[in-house]
Design a binder for this molecule. Structure first.
Ligand code: AHR
Length: 318
């Protein structure tokens, strides 16, 4: 796999100029960037943070990094602090979809361009940020449902392990999966609960589901690999065989998830590439040079199952 592979196949939707004029003092090649990260809930998130940090270091960009520790108020406080410090650009990976308008207004008034990365937001002012760079979560949910329909021809009862409530990936992966499943009425979601994108959360929820439903379900749809891997532990501890007694489909395709596919414990992982660093800093440089940038850039994500997981594992970068 070549570095920046997702960028080569990124889907660009429209092009926009920054709604705020870049400040003359900013050096487009070596800006000061503030990054408000959600937290460190998953291996995906760790890889995302590492991509942002290592790419900044490689380019000689000063990165002010803030770990929101899973709290939106921490992220908002970090953005305010970046504004006070007068950074050249702000990057936000928004924990949840709503509640960003006041702080985005403050950034706009301070004439600091904002890039939303990873998760989309709902906003009353579309000009409150310049652009979005991330994955198509709805497409991922649909890919998971279509794979299940093709590989589970019999009636199937599904337990859904959901991500952080109110977050774009939890909302979109849920909605798109449900919409696609409507075309396959033999497959039914019988229960759903949030494991907060965490491995411990996935394990706890799966323990509770096994207690509540016993063997009355035979499929797990997990919104990320960490929760799926937690579920694998719970299923094994209950004396069952994950991947056989219970089919598991999840999203992210972290290396451990792909390995679990090879081991036959997870049946399919849909990719969600976290390596945004290069795309984000290329975009910031363009914005600071006053050039137009795509309003939305989506990574191209693939799907791995028993047919191709062994072929790709050595090249996984996260
Ligand atoms: O927003 C991306 C999601 O957040 C990833 O799928 C998940 O692992 C992470 O915590």
């Amino acid at each position: 796999m070549k570095l920046f592979r997702p960028l080569r196949s990124a889907l660009w939707l429209g092009a926009v100029l920054s709604p705020v004029l870049p400040r003359a003092a900013a050096d487009p090649a070596h800006p000061v960037v503030g990054f408000a990260q959600t937290g460190a809930e998953s291996a995906w998130r760790t890889a995302n943070t590492e991509s942002m940090k290592s790419e900044a270091a490689r380019r000689g960009i000063e990165l002010k990094f803030s770990d929101g520790q899973g709290k939106q108020e921490n992220q908002i406080r970090a953005v305010r602090s970046f504004i006070t410090q007068g950074v050249d650009a702000i990057v936000i990976a928004p924990l949840v979809e709503t509640g960003w308008d006041p702080v985005l207004r403050e950034a706009k008034e301070a004439k600091i361009p904002v890039i939303i990365t990873d998760r989309t937001i709902e906003t009353a002012d579309p000009d409150s940020y310049v652009c979005f760079i991330g994955s198509d979560f709805a497409q991922e949910g649909k890919m998971a449902a279509d794979w299940l329909a093709a590989h589970h021809p019999a009636p199937g009862r599904i337990v859904e392990l959901q991500g952080t409530p109110g977050s774009a990936p939890a909302n979109e992966r849920h909605r798109a999966f449900a919409a696609a499943l409507a075309g396959y009425p033999r497959l039914q979601v019988i229960d759903a609960q949030s494991g907060d994108f965490r491995r411990a959360g996935g394990k706890e929820v799966m323990e509770a589901m096994l207690k509540k439903h016993g063997r009355d379900f035979d499929i797990v749809y997990a919104h990320n690999d960490d929760m799926a891997l937690g579920a694998v532990q719970a299923i094994e501890e209950a004396g069952l065989k994950p991947g056989q007694d219970i089919m598991i489909v999840s999203i992210d395709a972290i290396r451990e998830g792909v390995q679990a596919v090879i081991d036959g414990k997870i049946n399919c992982v849909v990719e969600c590439n976290p390596l945004f660093g290069p795309a984000v800093y290329d975009t910031i440089a363009k914005i600071l040079r006053g050039e137009p940038v795509p309003r939305k850039t989506f990574n191209h994500d693939e799907l791995f199952d028993a047919t191709n997981a062994a072929r790709v594992i050595a090249q996984r970068q996260y």
